[in-house]
Design a binder for this molecule. Structure first.
Ligand SMILES: [Ca+2]
Length: 461
C-alpha cells in the first residue's frame, strides 16, 4: 500500500532567531505564514507571506521517454567505449538487474561506486538521428531555486535542447540550447550565461560550454544556470536577495521564467568524440545519464509554507484562507475581495494578502452593530477562535475589529500612514500592486515583533 507521504518543506531548525543570526537580513524569511503577537496585552494573529523550503524535486516527478522503447537492453546489446572502439565489454540487458539501465537510475542517490545510469540503445540506425525526449512531470507548478544539472556517463551530447512547460505539457518553450556548434545545429550565435546582463537575463541562448568533445571524462555535466541569473539581480553570492525578491514581486515574466510544471530534455545528437561518425562501430554512440538534479519548491503564491505529496501528487498546504493546489484562489466564503498572491515586500516578512470573508460588505454598514443584535444569524466578521482581526485588532461582538493605532480597515489590514512616510508608502503601494485598495502593508508591525511567538502550522510525517 502506498502510504501517505508527507514532506515538510519547512526547515524546523531555521527558527526566526537562528535565521536572523546567520543570514543577511536582506535574505528574507518566508518560512512561517502567521505568528501570534501581543498587542496591547492581547494575542492576535499576524499574517506573513510564506513559501515552502526549496528541496530536491526529483523525488516527486514522473518520468517518461519518447520513444518509449529507447532504453537499452531489449534485446541485450554490447557497447563499446566512446574513446576506445576496441573496449566493447559493456553489456546492457533489461532482464538482468545488474546489467539493466532503466530511467529511474537517473534519480537514485549517487555517491556509490560505480555510478548507476539510464542508457539508450546505440546509434545502430545511423544516419537516421538518434533522438530521445525525456519528460519530467510534476503535475504541479514548481519554482526553480538552483541550477538544473544533468550528468552524462558517456560523453555529453553534441546537440540538446532543454524545454519547459507551464501548462502540464500542452505547450513547450525552450529554456536553453546546447551544441558543439550552435550555428550549425540551431543557427544561433553561441553565448555563455556570463555574457547575459540584467536586461537580457531571460534571453534563451545557445551555449557551447557543455558540449565539448574529448574532455568528457573530466566534465560530465550539463547545466541550466539558475543561480547565475539570480546573481544578475541579487549580486555575486546572492547577498542581496531583497533585490531579487523585489523584482520577482513586480515582474511576472521574471517569476514565470523560473516556474514550470514539466521539463523536457530533448537529446538530438549523441557525443561522437570526433568529427566523423565511425560507421563500422556504432556501438560507441549512445546516451547515458547518471543523475539529474532539479532543486525547487512548490509554487504556493506565498500562501503556504509546506507542500504535501499525497497519492502521487504535490499540493500546497494553503493558509490565509486560500485553496487549490497552488493556493491560487480564495476559499469559499472568503471572497470578500479579489484573490491576490502574497508579496515578498516589505522585506523581510512580506505581505500576506489574506482572503477575507464574503459578508464584510454588509457588516460594515453604519448600523451593523444593531443589526448584529437583531439578526442572530448574521455571519460573523471576527471571533476569538479564528482571530481574524489582523495587526493586533480586537474582535468586538463578532461584528467589528477594534484596530490599534496605525491600522484601519475592516480587519485592521490597512496601515495608516502619516507625514512623509505616508507619501512613500502610498507610492510604493501604487507601484507594486495595481489594486492598492486590496492590499495590506503591515510595515508598522515590525515594531511589535519583540513579543513575537512564532507558531508553525506544519504537518509532519
Ligand atoms: Ca544514478
Amino acid at each position: 500500500m502506498h502510504l501517505l507521504l508527507v514532506f515538510v518543506l519547512q526547515a524546523l531548525w531555521v527558527s526566526w532567531c537562528h535565521a536572523t543570526q546567520h543570514y543577511p537580513a536582506s535574505w528574507g524569511h518566508y518560512d512561517v505564514c502567521k505568528s501570534q503577537v501581543y498587542a496591547e496585552d492581547r494575542l492576535a494573529w499576524h499574517y506573513m507571506a510564506c513559501q515552502p523550503e526549496a528541496t530536491d524535486m526529483t523525488k516527486y516527478l514522473r518520468v517518461s521517454l519518447d520513444p518509449p522503447n529507447i532504453t537499452c537492453g531489449d534485446p541485450p546489446e554490447m557497447y563499446c567505449a566512446l574513446e576506445n572502439p576496441y573496449m566493447c565489454n559493456n553489456e546492457c540487458d533489461a532482464e538482468t538487474e545488474e546489467l539493466a539501465h532503466p530511467p529511474e537510475l537517473m534519480f537514485d542517490s549517487e555517491g556509490r561506486n560505480p555510478t548507476t545510469f539510464w542508457q539508450s540503445t546505440s546509434w545502430k540506425k545511423y544516419p537516421k538521428p538518434l533522438q530521445v525526449n525525456i519528460t519530467l512531470s510534476w503535475n504541479k507548478t514548481i519554482e526553480l531555486t538552483d541550477d538544473i544539472v544533468l550528468t552524462f556517463e558517456s560523453g555529453r551530447p553534441e546537440q540538446l535542447v532543454l524545454e519547459k512547460s507551464l501548462d502540464y505539457g500542452r505547450t513547450w518553450q525552450p529554456y536553453q540550447f546546447y551544441a558543439a556548434d550552435c550555428l550549425d545545429a540551431f543557427t544561433m550565435e553561441p553565448k555563455a550565461v556570463h555574457q547575459l546582463t540584467q536586461s537580457s537575463m531571460l534571453e534563451i541562448i545557445c551555449t557551447e560550454v557543455y558540449s565539448t568533445g574529448y574532455v568528457w571524462k573530466y566534465d560530465k555535466t550539463v547545466r541550466f544556470e539558475i543561480k547565475d541569473r539570480f546573481a544578475l539581480l541579487a549580486g555575486p553570492r546572492l547577498h542581496n536577495m531583497a533585490s531579487l525578491y523585489g523584482q520577482l514581486d513586480t515582474t511576472k515574466n521574471l517569476r514565470d521564467f523560473f516556474t514550470l510544471t514539466d521539463l523536457r530534455i530533448r537529446l538530438l545528437r549523441p557525443a561522437t568524440g570526433a568529427t566523423m561518425v565511425d560507421e563500422n562501430n556504432l556501438s560507441r554512440y549512445f546516451y547515458a545519464i547518471s543523475d539529474i538534479k532539479v532543486q525547487g519548491r512548490c509554487k504556493c503564491n506565498l500562501h503556504a509554507n509546506s507542500c504535501v505529496f499525497d497519492k502521487g501528487k504535490l499540493g500546497c498546504e494553503c493558509e490565509h484562507n486560500t485553496t487549490g493546489p497552488d493556493c491560487a484562489r480564495c476559499k469559499r466564503h472568503f471572497q470578500g475581495r479579489a484573490w491576490s498572491m502574497g508579496s515578498y515586500l516589505p522585506i523581510p516578512k512580506g505581505t500576506a494578502n489574506i482572503c477575507i470573508p464574503n459578508n464584510l460588505g454588509t457588516s460594515v454598514r453604519p448600523n451593523a452593530s444593531s443589526l448584529g443584535v437583531a439578526n442572530r444569524n448574521q455571519a460573523r466578521v471576527c471571533d476569538h477562535v479564528l482571530l481574524r482581526c489582523q495587526n493586533g485588532g480586537v474582535c468586538h461582538h463578532h461584528q467589528r475589529c477594534q484596530c490599534p493605532a496605525g491600522f484601519s480597515g475592516i480587519l485592521c489590514e490597512k496601515t495608516q500612514c502619516q507625514g512623509d512616510s505616508c507619501e512613500e508608502l502610498q507610492s510604493r503601494q501604487t507601484a507594486l500592486r495595481p489594486p492598492p485598495a486590496a492590499q495590506t502593508l503591515p510595515l508598522a508591525l515590525l515594531s511589535l515583533i519583540p513579543s513575537l511567538l512564532a507558531t508553525r502550522g506544519l504537518t509532519s510525517l
